[in-house]
Design a protein around this ligand. Structure first.
Ligand code: DAH
Length: 339
């Protein structure tokens, strides 16, 4: 019996030593210590052993079992440690390697310019509102004092969806929409996309952006308009910037003006940038026409106000000295990255 046990043990130990992966160790465990294992079989055959040596044999079997279990556990621990180390070696992270850069694109010059304009007006207490790009003819024209036969309708080369619906040609209809809500006073800007049936060239596009401004309150004067736009121009183009108001005509304002700023490139002396004049036109504005106020449900005897409209692309082109509007729509990252 002793020899048999000894031989089982030696075989088992030899196989444990030969095992190279944990699965093999498990096979050895099943083969010798499992329910049908060789050592277990010895225990089961105890009934054939003479009763007086049974305790001795039982003890020997248990000792052999303990020895094998210890050898299994020890070998398994060594194996697992080796595996862990190999894995760590394989997955080592070199923190000195340069990281992979994510390409996240770049903010568009229009976006940068719009955020700047919004910052300036929000700083003066204005709200930023939006209106629909597909608009009723009534809001785009009629409520802005541009009746059906008005020549301004031609000038704006409108895209018609049908007789009553257009792609808005200006952001001014947002004025009418906000005034109609009747929450006074109003101090808002309305940026957005507008559409005109224009051919694409260096200064035209059938789709571009405007920012509308509107203030309605009691006792608003042309001086408020001038002061506001002067602050705006200085903030946008620098503290030395001068503004000039030239009389103009817009159907929805009376009086109306166009505003020029002194050329921020030459300071007003005249250069290629301002075409020698020293001035650059940037926007249209005026006092809201009493007729417009009335049509939008506001009493012109009690309230008055001013409005202005500025082209966003125009600001972006001027501010970043871009000489062709088409560059703004091509979205070439090599161009966009420069701003
Ligand atoms: N909507 C005008 C345009 O597209 C710009 C404009 C001029 C807006 C005068 C105004 C304004 O609010 O008062 O040409």
């Amino acid at each position: 019996m002793n020899e048999k046990l000894q031989s089982i043990k030696e075989q088992a130990l030899a196989q444990i030593q030969a095992a190279d992966v944990p699965e093999k160790l498990n096979e050895v465990r099943v083969k010798f210590l499992g329910k049908k294992g060789e050592l277990t079989a010895v225990l089961k055959s105890m009934k054939d052993v003479a009763p007086e040596i049974r305790p001795k044999v039982g003890q020997m079997v248990n000792e052999a079992r303990e020895e094998l279990e210890a050898a299994l556990a020890e070998t398994k621990a060594i194996m697992e440690k080796a595996i862990r180390e190999a894995k760590l070696k394989e997955e080592v992270i070199d923190v000195t390697l340069p990281s992979k850069k994510n390409m996240v694109g770049h903010r568009h010059p229009n976006t940068i310019a719009l955020e700047e304009v919004e910052r300036i007006f929000i700083g003066m207490g204005y709200e930023v509102v939006e209106g629909p790009e597909v608009e009723y003819d009534e809001y785009n024209f009629e409520k802005l004092n541009i009746p059906a036969d008005h020549p301004a309708k031609d000038e704006q080369d409108t895209f018609y969806i049908n007789k009553d619906i257009v792609l808005r040609t200006q952001t001014s209809p947002v004025q009418a929409r906000v005034m109609e809500q009747g929450q006074l006073p109003i101090r808002m800007i309305a940026p957005g996309r507008v559409f005109r049936s224009d051919e694409v060239d260096a200064t035209h596009s059938p789709s571009f952006h405007q920012i509308e401004g509107l203030v309605i309150d009691k006792n608003i004067s042309f001086a408020d308009l001038k002061g506001t736009l002067e602050v705006f121009a200085k903030e946008l183009f620098g503290p030395e910037t001068k503004t000039k108001f030239r009389p103009h005509h817009f159907p929805f304002t009376e009086p109306s003006a166009e505003v020029d700023v002194s050329c921020f490139k030459c300071g007003g002396k005249g250069c290629r940038f301002c075409k020698g004049s020293g001035w650059i036109e940037i926007l249209g504005c005026g006092m809201v026409h009493p007729h417009v106020l009335e049509m939008c449900g506001i009493d012109p005897e009690e309230y008055c106000g001013f409005a202005f409209g500025v082209g966003l692309e125009r600001i972006a082109l001027l501010k970043y000295e871009i000489d062709d509007m088409r560059l703004l729509y091509e979205n070439d990252i090599r161009f966009l990255k420069q701003f």
